[in-house]
Structure formats: structure tokens, C-alpha cells
Design a protein around this ligand. Sequence first.
Ligand SMILES: NC(=O)c1ccc[n+]([C@@H]2O[C@H](COP(=O)([O-])OP(=O)(O)OC[C@H]3O[C@@H](n4cnc5c(N)ncnc54)[C@H](O)[C@@H]3O)[C@@H](O)[C@H]2O)c1
Ligand SMILES: O=C(O)C[C@H](O)C(=O)O
Ligand SMILES: [Mg+2]
Length: 551
Amino acid sequence: MKQPRQNGIGSDAKAILSDPLRNKGTAFTEEERDRLGLHGLLPNHVSTMDGQIKRRIAVLRAFSTPFEKYAFLRDLQDTNETLFYALLARHRSELLPLVYTPTVGEACVRFSEIYRRARGLFLSYPLKGRLFEILAALPNDDVEVICVTDGERILGLGDQGAGGMGIPIGKLSLYTDCAGIDPARTMPILLDTGTDNEELLDNPLYVGWRHHRVRGAEYDAFVEEFVEAVRKRWPRALLQWEDFAGPNAVTLLGRYRCRLPTFNDDIQGTAATALAAILAAERLAGIDLIERNIVVFGAGAAGCGIAELILGELVSRGLTREAALARIHAVDRDGLLIEHVNVVTASQARIARPHTEADAWLTQQQAPSLIETIERARPAVLIGTSGQFEAFDKPVIEAMTRHNDRPIILPLSNPAIRAEASAADVQTWSNGRAIIGTGSPSHGSNGAVTQVNNVYIFPGIGLGAVVSGAETITEAMFAEAAKCLASLVPDEDGDRLFPSTDHLAEIADSIALAVCRVAERDLGAIPPAGGWEDAIAGHRWAPVYRDPVSP
Ligand SMILES: NC(=O)c1ccc[n+]([C@@H]2O[C@H](COP(=O)([O-])OP(=O)(O)OC[C@H]3O[C@@H](n4cnc5c(N)ncnc54)[C@H](O)[C@@H]3O)[C@@H](O)[C@H]2O)c1
Ligand SMILES: O=C(O)C[C@H](O)C(=O)O
Ligand SMILES: [Mg+2]
């Protein structure tokens, strides 16, 4: 491609306008229009960024559905990325549910309908053997954060194949918006290993590889080739795994966690978020976690990850692993998990009730259901990571309310149409006594309910990892991130667990600092001369217009 020269003479005006990172739209000044040869290619009006923000938000608000708004924002991101991020920073709480959960879920389902311009990398299985060659050909030498999915477990919406690309795009938008990672240094990736979603396979609009999912050794070899290509092309980049189906999520994390800076957001980011919510709720409810039981409903990638981090917290407070385990009751589709009875995965085996308790729990060889488990364990905390809509029904919430003054209820499954309960129902059925956090944005009678979503954690983990240069992302980083988030006192009164999403940038900075300190303590990372705080602040990319012909 023809490169613009420094003095602008001969610069390719159209290339500048079609590069989302250099385009300023109507904000190109008269001087820039003269210098870059933009006259005639733009309307007469010369705007400021502030004027552009006001115009864009007005246009956005005129659309009637969240999906239309999402498409409008994606279009803006693909044409003028600086303005997209300036708009997001100015109206974060309003726009977050559009660029992210829940609307991003619908955007993945309808991805092929609105596919327009290339963003990120689609590594399809037929390209196997050529992955490094493809990465090497990209101009992006300085990638700092990669988010990858294979689209098999998109939120609670199941297999969305190539449509899953909406998730890495959305997560990385938040890396930029919240953690200030330069958008040119982010890379969304979709590993297109097929789809078992028959509707997609039959849909003539589908843009992905029209093939059933590749599994087993072939899948593993493809992912291995991908990881090795990443390590060779971008040796320092952080690799975030997102929305892989439970078994792959766990296996891939185990395989790669010591080979490169990497983490699984659904397992580890979610665990830190849920632990932070529980620590904050523990204060509000005036209870001591050490003395109380916790029920996790849905023991997949997220549920098991949450249980493990809670176990770590209890052990750090002085309990043995065995005593801590006695506090956890994990319920999956066949009831309370009991060793050798209904455990399916290795992660479940680690948190199941021991087989020695089987006789005490089983009734006619049946493990207790959710409500039976609640009646017997009398938990203080109920967490939902099952993707089962309305599984926390009135009897479940009433049982939690009978056993607690302030039951802590966290239906974390996304999007809202997969949530175990709505905040409004939990409030009503608990007579307003429940302390509530939901995975997707929601409202109760007193306004917004805390969104207990890993967006509170992953931007800070990523920023901390990048700034500290950590070569491994450790469990201690997530434990410290959780404590850090729990310590940030919400500005509003009432039952809020975290500050509102308006504060996500400050939160990312605080968590990044906690991560850098763990990297220094445990991995020997050396703080820069000005200290970690300055390094974190200095790393922040800001959505302000720059000279489009600067290198
Ligand atoms: N709020 C957040 O930040 C956050 C983070 C990660 C995941 N999640 C949500 O959690 C959900 C699960 O994600 P995951 O990665 O753990 O998926 P997963 O597929 O690994 O786990 C889901 C688990 O739920 C179990 N399950 C299914 N039907 C059930 C039933 N009827 N009763 C009890 N258990 C049942 C499955 O057997 C499985 O173990 C998704 O909806 C996802 O959006 C939310
Ligand atoms: O994407 C989200 O909103 C949170 C989480 O990663 C999920 O998979 O549900
Ligand atoms: Mg996810």
C-alpha cells in the first residue's frame, strides 16, 4: 500500500480517510485539508471532536433497537476509531451495554447480517499449516493484547461459529476504553474450527467455514500451531482465551498457562469478579464467610473457577483445604456434585462433596436438587453460572431468604435471557432483603444493580501484565485483583458492590497496580524508575486526534 510521506505531499488522501486509526472525518482542519489533499473528499463543515461526539450520540439515540445501535457503533469503530473511543469514554455507562454484554450476544448471533469490514483475524481450519505466515504478513508489530475465541460457548448462547468474533472485538474495545491499551496494539482473533450449530450451517448468509467442528487431536494440533505462531510473531503479547466451551477452556488454560502470558477470562477473570462481589457483600451483610456456606449453581468453566478462588481465599484466612471445601456446594444438571456419583469433569471432582458424604446426601440414589441443597446447606451466598434462564425461581429465593437476613444472590449468566433470575424478581421474592449482583446490566426498584461481570477485572489484569512485562499470569494476580476491586467503595449509597461502570478506567488502573506488585513480588519484575503508578498512567492511549501522517 502506498504510504503517505511525512510532508504530506503525495500522501494518499483516500488511504487516510479509510484508515480508522487516522481518519478524523469532519474534524480535519482547513490546514490538514490543504496539506493532505482532502478538499472535496469531505463536506464543508469543520467540526471539533466535541461537536462530533454530540452529533453521533444524538444519531445513536434515534435508533430504536440496541442491535441497530450496535451496528452503528461498529461502523463508527471501523471508520473513525478515535471518535468511537472518545464517544465511549464520554458515555460509557450508556454505551457499554451496546458494545458489550448483552447486545454483543445478539451481535454474535446476527454477525453475518452486519459483516462489512475486516477487523481482526479469522484463522479458519483450512488455513492450517499457514498460521505463522499469515501473522507474519500483518503490519502490526507491536501487539500487546490478543483476545481469541473459537465461538463455541458465546455467553450463554451456545455455538455461534465465526459469529463469535463479536466477543473478542467487544472485549478488546474495553481494553482500550478502560485500560487505555492502544487499539493498534490489540488483536481480536477467531479460530474458525467449524460450528455444530445446524441453523448456521444451513444459513446461506453464514460467513464462517461451513463445516462441523473439528475436534480431538486435529483441534489440539490447530490450536498448538496457533499458539506457537503467536509466540513467534508477538513473543510478549498477552493471550486471553474467551468463550471456549467448558472442557476446552480448562484444557487449553492448563496446557498453555506456563508457556506464555495467558489467562482464561471465563475461568479466572470471572472468579476474581465473583470473589470481589462476595467480599463486598460479606461486609454489607455483616457475615463472616469462614462460617457460612456457598452454593455454586452450574459447575462449568466459570462455576469451578469461582469455587477454586473462593477456596483459596478461605485457605488464606486460615482454613485447611478440607475445611474450606466443606463450605462449597456445587450443583450441576444432576444435582449437588458428589464424588463418584455425578461428577463429570476433573474440575468438578476438585470441588465435589467427598464420597464419604454420599450416604448422607443421597436420597434413593438421587443427589439433592438446588432447592434441597439450599434447605440443607443454608448457604449465605448463591451464585449462578449455569446459563439456565429463571433457574432461581420463587421457592429458591424464598429458601435463601428464610435462612439469611441478607441473602447474597448472584445470577451471573449472560445475557439476561440466560440469567438464573432477574434482579427485580429477586428483590420482590426476598422482600428487598437480598444483596444482588447480575452478570448483565439490570435494574431493581432503587436503580441500577451491580453488574458482576468480568469487565471489572480483565482490563486491569491485561494492563498490569503489559506494564509489568509478566511472563506468566498467576493465580495470585487474580486473588489480589479481587481484593483490590472489593476495596473500591462505591460512590452511591445502598447495596452496590462495586463502583458503577462509569469508573471502569480508574478501576483498571487500580487493578493493574495490584498486578504489577504481584509481578514484582512473585516474578521479580523490576519497577520502572518513576514507579508502577507512573508507568501505568504513561501507558494509557487517549482518544485524541493525532497528525495522520506521523509514523
Ligand atoms: N458474569 C460474568 O462475568 C460471567 C463470566 C463467565 C461466564 N458467565 C456466564 O456463565 C454461564 C456459564 O459459563 P461457563 O463458561 O461456565 O459455561 P460452561 O458450559 O463451562 O458451564 C455451564 C455449566 O452449567 C451446567 N448446567 C447446564 N444446565 C444445567 C442445569 N439445568 N442445572 C445445573 N447446571 C446446569 C453445565 O453442565 C455446565 O457445567 C454463561 O451463561 C456465561 O455467560 C458470566
Ligand atoms: O462476556 C461477558 O459479558 C462475561 C463473560 O465473559 C461471559 O462469557 O458471559
Ligand atoms: Mg466470556
